[in-house]
Design a protein around this ligand. Sequence first.
Ligand code: AMP
Length: 192
Amino acid sequence: MIIILLGPPGSGKGTQANFIQNKLSIPHLSTGDILRQSVKNETDLGNKVKNIMAKGELVSDDLVLDVIKERVSQSDCNLGFILDGYPRNITQAESLNIVLKDIDRNIDRILFLDVDFEVLESRIESRTKENNEEKRADDTSEVLIKRLEEYKIQTAPLGEYYSNNKKFKKINGMKSISEVSLDIENFLNNGI
Ligand code: AMP
């Protein structure tokens, strides 16, 4: 099963992607995680994207397309995968259609975790106050606000782009984590 997980920063995509990964035993592909790992390992890609990511801006479509093409061709993706953080704009959505067509695969579910912007802003505020080891370099309030702005301009239009697709479902991401997981599970099982 090929699943696209959409939603703004702070909507719980990572948490729910882990839930789906455990449920379906398919890999969770997060372009953000892959890029952060490249930055950490100081690869060519990492060096190119480091400053852009630190500012909360989107990396160029060409660079992430290469990342995605390479990743989905690996054997652990044969039974499917969960895309978290890709596509991030309409151009990427169109590229994804081509990539999947080339490997003769289809998108099976498109999940949109819907969270009001006021709720996100307060989640962002509490996230920046957290002091744990997993805290990301781009989790400062200034950068999170920029990431949210990028989302509104570039990524939110994907909701409209996919809205006529029968595989698309908007899920209320403001419920508790377990309630959201349950709604996701129902949609995965029944496609409604
Ligand atoms: P994320 O972990 O999904 O919030 O992504 C963290 C950062 O990685 C974003 O703010 C972007 O700089 C970059 N990034 C991740 N995925 C993409 C993508 N599909 N297109 C462009 N930039 C991306």
